[in-house]
Design a protein around this ligand. Structure first.
Ligand SMILES: Cc1ncc(COP(=O)(O)O)c(C=O)c1O
Length: 387
């Protein structure tokens, strides 16, 4: 049984007629860039998250960059980001001319370690970007508290957490702005690139909307020097269809995570932990093992695709060599990079597939244990003593 890491085709087939209809509407209206389908999605997604405004853009990275620019963050400023995240979180900070300042990961939650943020704040710090990593909300209360105490902006990176909740309220509705990605494999994924900036602040929303479209609100009148980072009509149309299914998909992801939890209980794997404040939406199901690479090889051998999110923490990426970090600076993020393994998780995954993945993991550890015992007593793996 081959088990892919994600199965976008299965999701598409289930919605095919609705999606075909939505795409046909875009073609019919020739509303290929922005336009009414994007506007409709913006209204629906803002209402879903519980924010006043949503501005559709061309990717999650664009959302982060435009949010930072709209907030006036640039050269000379520092922005706190987790050391364990997708590269784009830090990259967006660098691309606006500011400096990313890393903070280590929490060992249980995987998100930014809130106990270590304060030590990273100085006179140049302007903002904190908590990332709701793998679908688990960052611990927002202490972050918002620090923001208030030090006058810092909190920008949520919710690229992996559509529909996740922090103490009952959807993430993306806490920070001064929040940024989403609709990259195809995300919990809410487009048919190409897509992203959104959400905010309750009318002026920030206006600035982001202008910046994504050459700094203009009215065609050929340019108030700002902006960019071409607009959302396409087809993406808006597809996302509106898919948004109707998001809650049910997230529930399925949670059920799959619970089943993995049951079936992997008692193995040496460290399983993901839903924090008491969190409604986790399991964009990724990330386990940890000291034998990660060998386990991954055994899963690949058995036809199970896995991922590593992420193999190199941001502070050790060659692109950030100039910041002068070294191994040991953020030990938990480094430890996670060596041990994390993402097992397949998506709504269409079946109980049989999950059982098979768990079985391969169990067999792997049983075999490792046999090897350990046999080498401890000088026998071969098959139990016979060495000559
Ligand atoms: C945490 C995080 N931030 C930002 C991004 C960037 O989003 P995109 O790929 O849409 O540019 C991603 C997605 O890949 C992400 O996972």
């Amino acid at each position: 049984m081959n088990i892919p890491f994600v199965d976008l085709r299965a999701q598409h087939l289930a919605l095919k007629s609705e999606i075909d209809e939505a795409i046909a509407r875009v073609i019919e209206n020739s509303s290929f860039i922005l336009g009414r389908e994007v506007e409709r999605f913006e209204r629906e997604f803002a209402a879903y998250i519980g924010a006043r405004f949503c501005v559709g853009v061309s990717s999650g990275t664009a959302a982060l960059q435009l949010a930072l620019i709209a907030l006036g963050i640039g050269p000379g400023d520092e922005v706190i980001v987790p050391a364990n995240t997708f590269f784009a979180t830090a990259e967006a900070v660098s691309n606006v001319g500011a400096r990313p300042v890393f903070v280590d990961a929490d060992p249980a939650a995987y998100t930014i370690d809130v106990g270590k943020i304060e030590a990273a704040i100085n006179a140049r710090t302007r903002a904190i970007i908590p990332v709701h990593l793998y679908g688990q909300p960052a611990d927002l209360d202490p972050i918002l508290e620090l923001g208030k105490r030090y006058g810092l902006l909190v920008i949520e990176d919710a690229a992996q957490a559509h529909g996740a909740r922090y103490r009952g309220k959807k993430v993306g509705s806490f920070g001064v702005v929040s940024c989403f990605s609709f990259y195809p494999g995300k919990n809410l994924g487009a048919f190409g690139e897509g992203g959104a900036v959400l905010t309750d602040d009318a002026e920030i929303a206006r600035r982001v909307a202008m910046l994504r479209d050459h700094g203009s609100e009215r065609k050929y009148h340019h108030e700002l020097i902006g960019y071409n980072l607009r959302m396409e009509g087809i993406q808006g149309a597809v996302l509106s269809v898919k948004l109707r299914y998001l809650d049910q998909w997230n529930e399925l992801r949670r059920a799959h995570a619970a089943l993995y939890g049951e079936l992997l209980q008692g193995t040496p794997l460290i399983l993901p932990k839903e924090m008491p404040y969190a409604y986790h939406v399991y964009h990724l199901y990330v386990v940890q093992s000291e034998a990660r690479d060998a386990l991954r090889a055994a899963l690949t051998e058995a036809g199970v695709q896995t991922g590593i999110h992420y193999p190199v923490p941001i502070h050790l990426q060659p692109a950030y060599r100039s910041l002068g970090h070294r191994r040991g600076d953020f030990p938990e993020a480094e430890r996670q990079a060596e041990r994390v393994l993402s097992l397949p998780i998506y709504p269409e995954l079946t109980a049989e597939q999950i059982a098979r993945v768990a079985e391969v993991c169990r067999e792997f550890f049983a075999m490792t244990e046999r090897h350990r015992l046999s080498s401890a007593c000088g026998a071969n793996a098959d139990g016979r003593r060495r000559p």
